[in-house]
Every structure is written in structure tokens, then in C-alpha cells.
Design a protein around this ligand. Structure first.
Ligand SMILES: [Zn+2]
Length: 253
């Protein structure tokens, strides 16, 4: 039983407990190339949030990890079989209820631990911040916390070398053998402005990738996944510890 994981702890331990920070991991349920499980983002969320919280907890941080939300925004994958979409408005409704509990019970810091590129928490955090002025809410994208080019040969953003390596480390029994891995080849926009970052439209996933992957997984390995996992959780864990102790009214210098 890990005392910083809500799903594992109990009323005996929590009756007189006091936490400074709650972490809400948020994944997605969706196809990940041919070879990774639909729950990839959930498994990543679970493992990365738990290990990061452990690092903070061992230093004295009062942190509690809530259960991972298994569905994310998949509006661009409506034609991919059993990709389960949660609309952004539903996401706001879920988040509102969680924040209301935390606010009422005096856990005034919340970190949304995001594991899925389609989840966009910025407008939600803005709206809830206004509604709950006592709450400090932030979100992190662990997949942007380190320079991936220092760990992996091939770029990508979905079921790529990074995700395949992580899953080979975390859940090797759920990764299909290499002969089943797709190349993760993806198409770019004809109009170049879309690729420059200043114009955005949702990508129609089934039209940009045959195997649903974006990024070639062929050079993935368990060792790369382990090294990346350890470095990400060290960085996120240090951040969580800092946030636990921070006075959010004295945030700037
Ligand atoms: Zn993923």
C-alpha cells in the first residue's frame, strides 16, 4: 500500500491526514499503432505519476495521487474503432466536480498530470481558476519535460519510439512482437502554414496515418524506456516536491 496513492490507501490512514497537493493523472483510450495497447496513455499516466509522487513523498512532500481518468479528448479519431471520446465540455464537468471536492476539503493545489496530446487543459484551468479563487490549478505534459532527441533517434508524437520504449519497459507483456509494428508514417498538410504552428486545425487522424501511429518505433528498446522513465520522474518528482511546499500567494520574484 503506497500512502500517496488514493486508490490504495484507506480511511484509517486518511482520517486525520492532510495533503498539500492532489495530482489527477489524465489519459486516453485509443489505438496506438498496431502494437501498443489502447490503454497506453493510462498505463503511462499511472506509472509516471506514481513514481514522480514517490520521489516527492520520500523528500517529505504531502501529495496524493487520484485515480487516472481513462478517457480523453479524441474528437479527431471518431472513425477509429473504439477510440473513446470525452468531449472538452465533459472534461470540464468532471474536473469541476473534482475541484469542488478539493476546494471544500482544503487541498488547495491541484496538478493535472496529462498524458494525451488531445487533452487541452488551458481553457479549463482558466475557467476553474476564476470560479475557485482559493485553488491553485496547473497542468503538466511530462512528454515535453525533457529533450526527447537526447533519448530517441526518431521523432514522433503518437505510439512513436518514445512511447514504444516506455511500454517495453513498463508493460512488455502488452506490446506485440516487432514484426507487427507499423512504420508510423504520417502525412503533412498541403498548406504549409498549418505546419508552422500559427494556424491550427484538428488533424483527421485516419487520413494522416495508416497504422494510427505518428513516428517510427523501429529503434525502440526497453533500456531507452527505462532511462527516459527515470529522468522524467526525477524531474517531475522534484517539481511536485517544490509545488507541495510553495506559497502560491508568493509565487513571483
Ligand atoms: Zn499515447
Amino acid at each position: 500500500m503506497r500512502p500517496y496513492i488514493l486508490a490504495e490507501t484507506n480511511w484509517k490512514a486518511l482520517k486525520n491526514a492532510k495533503f498539500d497537493l492532489a495530482i489527477l493523472p489524465w489519459g486516453a483510450t485509443e489505438a496506438h499503432n498496431y502494437h501498443l495497447p489502447y490503454g497506453t496513455d493510462v498505463f503511462e499516466s499511472d506509472a509516471l505519476a506514481a513514481e514522480s509522487a514517490k520521489i516527492a513523498w520520500d523528500k517529505g512532500g504531502k501529495v496524493i495521487v487520484l485515480p487516472t481518468v481513462p478517457f480523453g479528448v479524441n474528437t479527431g479519431q471518431s472513425d477509429i474503432y473504439l477510440d473513446i471520446n470525452l468531449n472538452p465540455s465533459t472534461q470540464l464537468a468532471i474536473l469541476s466536480d473534482v475541484v469542488e471536492v478539493l476546494n471544500r476539503q482544503g487541498i488547495n493545489k491541484l496538478l493535472l498530470f496529462n498524458s494525451h496530446g488531445g487533452n487541452n487543459f488551458k481553457p479549463l484551468v482558466r475557467e476553474l481558476g476564476l470560479r475557485y479563487p482559493e485553488m491553485f490549478i496547473c497542468f503538466s505534459n511530462w512528454f515535453q519535460s525533457l529533450d526527447k532527441t537526447k533519448y530517441f533517434e526518431h521523432e514522433g508524437d503518437h505510439a512513436d519510439e518514445m512511447e514504444t520504449s516506455l511500454m517495453l519497459y513498463l508493460k512488455p507483456e502488452l506490446v506485440l512482437p516487432k514484426e507487427h509494428w507499423g512504420t508510423g508514417a504520417s502525412k503533412e498538410y498541403k498548406i504549409k502554414s498549418f505546419s508552422e504552428g500559427w494556424v491550427w486545425a484538428e488533424r483527421k487522424w485516419s487520413q494522416i496515418s495508416e497504422d494510427t501511429g505518428v513516428g517510427n518505433p523501429k529503434s525502440s528498446s526497453k533500456e531507452k524506456g527505462e532511462r527516459y522513465f527515470k529522468d522524467v520522474t526525477q524531474k517531475v518528482g522534484n517539481f511536485i516536491f517544490e509545488l507541495c511546499g510553495a506559497d502560491t500567494n508568493e509565487f513571483y520574484e
